[in-house]
Design a protein around this ligand. Structure first.
Ligand code: CTP
Length: 405
């Protein structure tokens, strides 16, 4: 279960030292952990402890001159698959419940679209206060999940409810939210071939036609499939996002190169995912030498259609292969996507409206619909990593349907 990114929020209680153990256990489970602390938490545990063990800056204050990222609460919150708060004080729970964003951790809560799991720890009287219970009920209604505190001897030497749940149970619940424990390795045996990123089509040796694709959605697909046990090969055009670990990356810059790289690898694959933004047209005759502007007031480029990689893969697929296409549209999204599914004889189409905020190129989030022959599932705004898992769910369902499960 590699590649999941956990934002670990630590607030100021005596149980803050347990967050170090939670962090270590998550790392051992293959998670990439980044830590955010409240100022009071730093009274109990030094940020240096987390920094040394994560090799990352530990954010306490957005405005700290040493903070390498000036809008960290936005970037941090969008680059995590789970926000886990250990321990959560009555104060941070109150802030989350009421939309108060007066420090880094509470701002992160407001800015994230990732699931949130909160492990409270506090004195029994504070835990039982109507105000605390009201805040917790409100957060549960908002979709926040809780690792309920247990009964035991508390730091104040009293016995009662309010003790932080055991580290193993917190980690198990975190992994369950991330989806690993229930579906670990549920794509084992599948060999994914995924196209990712944008292509570049040469006009001459120094110029090209391209698009805004970052490769984030395609790499998220690769990370999700690999985390669920599949063997993954990515054929990547131009990308600005980082490729996940544990996947083979083959670079192919133009549509023609991508087409060749895919066709060469098709026989070994069981699932094809066309997540690349392949140029539909390329210059018909790229110049061998740099085109000079002297004597030209206008320049006309003749473009010719590139090979339709997805269409060709679908038409010449090896027996049993599941073929998944993407449809980025700006209007009539579902109608166009369904037309694509039928025309190219695809098994699954992932549609998104790129004109919607949070769903276009280069964002960390997406709003997808997953279409198959028989149904259309619409999902809300979520991280691309989470969206990739929803697509993997559809792939798994398609495989099970074919196997008669
Ligand atoms: N695709 C491909 N090869 C191409 C063009 C697109 O493999 N030369 C794939 C993309 O990776 C994506 C899907 O096809 O999975 C997009 O389908 P397509 O019909 O090409 O969409 P658009 O380019 O949006 O086409 P149109 O402008 O006709 O809607």
């Amino acid at each position: 279960m590699a590649n999941y990114r956990v934002g670990l929020g630590v607030s100021g209680g005596i149980a803050a030292y347990k967050a170090v153990e939670v962090m270590r256990a998550l790392q051992k489970a293959g998670c990439d952990v980044s830590v955010a602390m409240t100022r009071h938490a730093t009274e109990f545990v030094q940020p240096l402890t987390f920094r040394a063990l994560t090799d990352k800056h530990v954010i306490v204050d957005d405005y700290d001159p040493e903070n390498p990222d000036p809008i960290a609460h936005v970037n941090f919150s969008q680059q995590i698959d789970l926000l886990l708060v250990v321990p959560a004080t009555a104060n941070i729970i109150g802030k989350f419940a009421n939309g108060v964003a007066d420090d880094f951790l509470s701002s992160t809560y407001l800015a994230t679209t990732a699931p949130v799991l909160v492990a409270p720890a506090m004195n029994t009287t504070m835990w039982e206060q109507p105000a605390t219970q009201r805040n917790i009920a409100r957060l549960k209604a908002d979709g926040v999940k809780f690792v309920e505190p247990i009964s035991g001897e508390l730091a104040c030497k009293t016995v009662g409810t309010g003790k932080l749940e055991d580290v193993e149970n917190i980690v198990a619940q975190a992994l369950a939210v991330l989806g690993s424990s229930t579906r670990a390795e549920d794509l084992a045996g599948e060999r994914f071939l995924i196209t990712v990123g944008g292509t570049r089509e040469a006009i001459d040796p120094v110029r090209f036609i391209s698009n805004h694709s970052s490769g984030k959605m395609g790499f998220a697909m690769a990370a999700a499939a690999s985390a669920r046990g599949a063997k993954v090969t990515v054929v990547a055009g131009m990308t600005t996002a980082e490729a996940p670990a544990n996947v083979e990356v083959v670079r192919a810059i133009s549509a023609a190169e991508m087409h060749k790289a895919v066709m060469e690898r098709l026989a070994g694959a069981t699932v094809f995912v066309g997540a690349a933004a392949v140029a539909d047209y390329a210059p018909a005759n790229a110049a061998d030498a740099k085109i000079k502007k002297d004597g030209r007031d206008t320049l006309t480029l003749e473009l010719k259609k590139t090979p339709d990689i997805l269409g060709e893969v679908s038409a010449s697929r090896p027996d049993g292969m599941i073929v998944v296409g993407f449809a980025a549209e700006t209007n009539d999204v579902i109608d166009f996507a369904r037309a694509k599914l039928e025309k190219k004889k695809l098994d699954i189409v992932v549609a998104n409206d790129v004109s919607k905020a949070g769903a276009g190129f280069n964002t960390d989030t997406n709003i997808i619909s997953v279409l198959t022959d028989t149904k259309t599932e619409n999902f809300p705004l979520m991280s691309k990593r989470e969206a990739a898992d929803r697509v993997c769910d559809a792939i798994k369902a398609e495989r099970e349907a074919r196997n008669g499960k």
